[in-house]
Ligand binder design. Structure first.
Ligand code: ATP
Length: 393
């Protein structure tokens, strides 16, 4: 069922700013939409308003064209799975799954058929007689999923349902949720702060910050065509390299003056640059987009490798050039040892530019064509901000 949020606003008592700031969002029938953003950005509050667990101050919510804003949670025909799923420890797995069906007075035979069918779907049909104390965390989360599914809701709300699981199990359950989504054809709205989880799961990603929606798009769109510096910074691991710079006009074209070096800019930025009120920009390039080349040349800076982190088939190199530190992803077989000289080439078609004042992309939201996949915070001139886990020691 299609879910539409219209001017949805929620401000908690005594809060400085709105937790959810008049957001508008359309989630199509059967879509797997992921609300992604840092802690406190308003993801859970948005989901709780859809579930009916939190009342908006203003705005409307419709599901399949039906205004549900004032309906009680039980009348909304949706199911919610939480991070800390609450179940009944004294009941076994079967009884936990069957519980919502007893509540709607379904016949015993029908309950049995439904419980077994749903348990099979989430691979716990062999655990039905076990007590909840005898199942692992991953299995318990599957029980929670099964319990949410038994009433065959057409909208599933999931609030970080995998965050209490270890990394391997998370990846496994992620795949199962994706399969569940395909099998049921229901609309899924999934909340996470983990951008890798969002990218792998979502048909549509809604990036939020400070109660506002920053961008809505496919994983490809938010990754390759971040609409603003926040999205560029937040989405992608390792983080995007970002630097503050100034634009200078040059023989009918533009050059970008960055701390310690200059780059020529491709024509695709001309429209955006022409509309700017000042010359300040934020330049960004993902670690995968920087190439190590054998000799200096146009749009190349020379430096030295300071640190190498092995990522498996690829290495993350931290190279110091023009007094800046760049993160560069290379094939492990083509890696360069610490201390070695290197030349970093920045391909024009892989560069991102944001207006320094508005932090909006100068590309009119057109994603560049790029084969790579991959995310940095803005600050004073010459600084590169990174997501903490990618920072060199
Ligand atoms: P997290 O990933 O940490 O769960 P989130 O993006 O889901 O974060 P919300 O839980 O929606 O964020 O919170 C949004 C803002 O509203 C935060 O500033 C939070 O402190 C505030 N907030 C949330 N619930 C309440 C509440 N019941 N009372 C007061 N403030 C609240």
């Amino acid at each position: 069922m299609k879910v539409v949020l219209k001017d949805l606003l929620k401000r908690f008592a005594n809060a400085e700013r709105a937790a959810v700031n008049k957001i508008n969002l359309v989630i199509e029938k059967g879509e797997l939409a992921v609300l992604l953003g840092p802690s406190g950005c308003g993801k859970t509050t948005t989901l709780r308003m859809i579930a009916g667990l939190e009342q908006p101050d203003s705005g409307r919510i419709t599901i399949a064209e039906r205004d549900i804003t004032d309906l009680a949670p039980k009348d909304r025909r949706l199911a919610m799975v939480f991070q800390n799923f609450s179940m009944y420890p004294t009941m076994n797995v079967y009884e936990n799954i069957a519980f919502p069906l007893h509540a709607i007075k379904m016949k015993r035979k029908e309950i049995d058929r439904t419980v077994r069918e749903v348990a099979r779907l989430v691979n716990i049909d062999h655990l039905l007689e076990r007590s909840l104390r005898q199942v692992s965390g991953g299995e318990a989360q599957r029980v929670a999923l099964a319990r949410a599914m038994v009433r065959r809701p057409e909208v599933f709300l999931m609030d970080e349902p995998l965050s209490n699981l270890d990394a391997k199990l998370r990846v496994q359950l992620r795949t199962e949720i994706k399969r569940l989504h395909q099998d049921t054809g229901a609309t899924f709205i999934f909340v996470t702060h983990d951008q890798e989880e969002a990218m792998t799961l979502g048909d549509k990603i809604i990036v939020m910050n400070n109660g506002d929606i920053q961008q809505v798009g496919t994983p490809h769109e938010v990754f390759f065509g971040p609409r603003n510096a926040f999205v560029a910074n937040f989405v992608g691991t390792p983080s995007m390299n970002m630097l503050s710079g100034r634009i200078v006009a040059d023989e009918g074209g533009y050059r970008l003056r960055l701390p310690g070096f200059e780059l020529s800019l491709p024509a695709r930025f001309a429209d955006g640059l022409g509309k700017m009120k000042s010359d300040g920009v934020i330049w960004g390039i993902r670690p995968e987009a920087i190439k190590l080349v054998s000799a200096p040349g146009e749009n190349t800076v020379s430096g030295q490798v300071e640190l190498v982190e092995a990522l498996g088939s690829r290495d993350l190199i931290f190279a110091r050039a023009a007094e800046q530190l760049f993160g560069v992803i290379v094939d492990a077989q083509e890696s360069v040892p610490v201390g070695a000289p290197c030349h970093l080439h920045f391909a024009g078609e892989q560069m991102h530019l944001f207006d320094a004042a508005s932090e909006r992309s100068l590309l009119n939201d057109k994603p560049p064509q790029s084969p790579h996949r991959d995310g940095g915070r803005l600050c004073k001139d010459g600084d590169i901000h990174r997501i903490a886990t990618n920072s060199p020691p």
